[in-house]
Structures are given as structure tokens and as C-alpha cells.
Design a protein around this ligand. Sequence first.
Ligand code: SAM
Length: 288
Amino acid sequence: MVLAATPIGNVEDASARLIDLLRHADIVAAEDTRRLYDLARRLGVRVGGRVIAYHDHNERSLSAGLLDEVERGATVVVVSDAGMPMINDPGTAIARGAIDRGLPLTCAPGPSAVLDALTLSGLPTDRFCYEGFLPRRHGERVRHLRSLRAETRTMVFYETPHRIADAMDDLFEEFGPDRAMALCRELTKDYEEVRRGTIGVIRQTVQDDPPRGEMVVVVAGASGREAADATESVLDVEGMARLAMELSKRDDMRVKDAIARVVEEHPLPDGSLMSRKQVYSAILAMRG
Ligand code: SAM
């Protein structure tokens, strides 16, 4: 079983090993068979073995049969539309199955937008985390970004042209305007572009000149100070109740408004917000 990377734009990034596998493997399990044949045509390769469509919707049902073939001695190659299988692409079920059954599993590595963008970003590469696509819905996206406030590693996100403007607004809101980042698009293609700057600056360029095509967002991790602030700002329900009472007294604020402010400013470690009702109950309990 071979997990093989395919080019993410520039066909010349196909490795000699990938070409050899396409020619000689017994079975090629491809996310989209038309894309596979198109790649083979551009590489001038004739796919020698059986080609099977293997995608998110059938990967579980097809895996067992493909693994049986490996057990019988066949070479099965798994390719996705672009880049590394399993990196936001199918392949996990079959790789997991091969490991569980003790079958030989290897990788023919090659292009992947994660490392391409990370290296081009100019941001620290010694420690990074891959975050895949941010959630589509605003509320979930904000919650997810909040959960990353104390993340000190460089973060790599995949994005799409129709969500990038909203994502930039949320990054601006949650990480502030000054954090360094890079927006890398159309990597390895003719119109490859890397925009480097702060979140505030890149957000403005996204508004003025909306980026098109495939893109990756790379964001610097939190500084030690930012991470400490994010960690220290986590309070339990009693802590929030105490703070809300102080705030309400100090600023002559309605308790309800003070609770809303405290809850908003002190997200929980998973990025969610404490229930206002719970904070209110804690205040009542404290007041006896
Ligand atoms: N398996 C792929 C990999 O290893 O990079 C990722 C597949 S994922 C379904 C597709 C996303 O990867 C795109 O929406 C984009 O965020 C990113 N991507 C893929 N090719 C890219 C490219 N040439 N330039 C920038 N981003 C790319």
C-alpha cells in the first residue's frame, strides 16, 4: 500500500517514483479518476493497473477489499486530487486498516500545500501546527480561533476564496491587528503569490484586492506575553462572578451587562463562552 503525493499545481513536481507507481502499480485508488487520467496524460504516462474511484464517500466501504488485494501481494497506490493523501484528503481509512492488519504501508512523499506555504511564509518553522480548514460558520470559527489564543506555534490554515474575507475579520478580532502572517495562493502555479505582513495589513489587501484560487493562511504563534495573558484570562465560574460584581460596582454597571462583558473577555480554554446564567447563579450564591 503506497500513499503517493501528486503535484499541487506544477506538474513538474511529480516525482520519478510517482510516475513509476502510476505505470506499474496493480491498482491505483484515485480520489477523482478523471483528474488522475488528466495528470497521467500531462506526465505522458500510461496507467498500467486497474483504476478505482476512492473518495470520502466510499473510502470506508472500499478499504477492506483493497487491503485484501494488498494481502494477496498487489501494489495499491492511493492518490488524491492534489498533494498528500490524508492531508484534508481521503486515505485515512485505508492507512489505518493497513496498520491494523499489519500490511506493508509506505509513502511516496512529495508536494503538499502545508509545507510549501509554511516555508514561503518566512515565519518560524521549528514548531508549527496544521489546522486544516477553519469551520465554515462564523460562531464555530470564532470559537476555534479563541481556543488558539495561547498557541505559540506557527499555525497553518487552508482557506477558500469565498470565505477568506470573513476569516480575516475573525483573525483580526481574535488575534489582533499586529500578529505576523502570510497569505500564500496558487502555489507552484503561474500566478503564485505570497502576501506577507500583519493581520491588519493583509486583511486590508484582501478587501482591496480579493485573492482568488487556492490559498493557505499562515499565522505566527502567540508571543510568550500573549500566551500568558490568554492563559491567565481563563477564569472559573466563581472567578467570573467575582469579577462581574466588582465591575458592576466600580463602573456603576448593570450586573447583567457586567456579566456579559466578563464572559466575552474570558473565553474558556476550548474557545467557548461560559453560560451567563451560571455566572448569575454564582453571584446569587455568593450574595447568599
Ligand atoms: N492534500 C492537499 C495537500 O497536501 O496540500 C490538500 C487538499 S485540500 C482538499 C485543498 C486545499 O489545499 C485548498 O483549498 C488550499 O487551501 C490548499 N491548496 C492546495 N493546493 C494549493 C496551491 N497550489 N496553492 C495554495 N493552496 C493550495
